[in-house]
Design a protein around this ligand. Structure first.
Ligand code: 13P
Ligand code: SF4
Length: 312
């Protein structure tokens, strides 16, 4: 329930948005009150497309660092704000640039496809970027005999290998939020709810994906839950997506897979660092701001633009 002070903050954010010609982009894993105030809510691909197309002067990114960084790379002349600069990503952190550079050197014939959940430095080392919603398309844009490296998510990479029949070399990275989701919990929930369909994000382990009725990006999972005839869904991903699922289908039941009885560890601790108050303060003070060296922006932009071109 919204408190009076929440409403004050919301009114102030709306005023600042107008006065400063700012746009608020929010990922589905943000807390509900931020999703409700955003101009656009989306998955990583949609948000990067929104960031490329906006004519706002200030982009307020309610998400994590690599997302705001991508928005800055696409809009070097604009101010890009991230309400909490500590909102990082365990998956991006699982791929340090120096180690990845050596790994790449060990595979001189391979082209590199990197999942957008990586740092700008990893993007520079990549031929093209992908997200969970366009990964198959991006991989299939390469000839079948082209040797490929996929980084940094081994779970998504393994899943795409299965779908496309490729044999991409996988960097050994993962998302701490999705990787912790356990098959025992999923099997237990499936037994208790035989009428429910299991929806899973491809950052989950292979065993979870094999049990799933549908695998997709956050937007794809949301759309499936809206269009499918089932009235009950078990959801194996971050908890934030439930807000839009429940809003879009108030008559349906959604059960998030808990990581265990005591812990809801599938709340992304980085995404959840952003709060309404921090969002307001970032807009008022115009900081924390994402700033990157011009050469890094220039080099990292190429593989992102290639992705956007292949996805359009
Ligand atoms: P998508 O929203 O693109 O499916 O990505 C999920 C995610 O983990 C973002 O960090
Ligand atoms: Fe990174 Fe995982 Fe959080 Fe997404 S859910 S931001 S991949 S740690």
């Amino acid at each position: 329930m919204k408190t009076i002070s929440d409403q004050n903050i919301i009114d102030n954010i709306l005023k600042l948005k107008k006065d400063k010609n700012a746009v608020i982009l929010a990922h589905y894993y943000q807390v509900p009150e931020i999703q409700d105030i955003a101009d656009f809510i989306g998955d990583s691909l949609q948000l990067s497309q929104n960031a490329k197309e906006t004519d706002a002067d200030i982009i307020v990114f309610a998400g994590v660092h690599f997302m705001a960084e991508t928005a800055k790379i696409l809009n070097p002349q604009k101010k890009v704000l991230l309400p909490d600069l500590d909102a990082g990503c365990s998956l991006a952190d699982s791929c340090p640039p120096d180690k990845f550079k050596r790994f790449k050197e060990e595979h001189p014939l391979h082209k590199v496809i990197s999942y957008i959940n990586c740092s700008a430095q990893i993007k520079v080392l990549s031929d093209v970027i992908c997200t969970s919603s366009n990964a198959v398309k991006i991989v299939e844009s390469f000839p079948k005999d082209q040797k490929l490296i996929f980084a940094p998510d081994k779970n998504l990479g393994g899943y795409i290998n299965q779908i496309t029949g490729r044999n991409m070399v996988l960097w050994n990275g993962s998302c701490e939020v999705h990787d912790i989701i356990k098959a025992e919990e999923v099997i237990r929930l499936k037994k208790e709810n035989p009428d429910a369909k299991l929806l899973a994000h491809p950052e989950c382990k292979d065993i979870i994906l094999q049990l799933a009725d549908f695998v997709g990006s956050t937007t794809a999972l949301l759309n499936f839950s809206i269009k499918d005839k089932a009235n009950k869904f078990i959801v194996a991903t971050e908890t934030g997506i439930l807000h839009q699922m429940k809003k879009s289908s108030p008559g349906k039941e959604f059960i998030i897979v808990p990581t265990d009885e005591k812990c809801s560890c599938n709340d992304c601790p980085y995404m959840k660092l952003n709060t309404l108050e921090k969002l307001y303060l970032s807009m008022k003070n115009e900081k924390p701001e994402i700033s990157l060296p011009a050469e890094l922006i220039e080099a990292a932009r190429k593989p992102i633009l290639k992705m956007l071109e292949l996805s359009s």
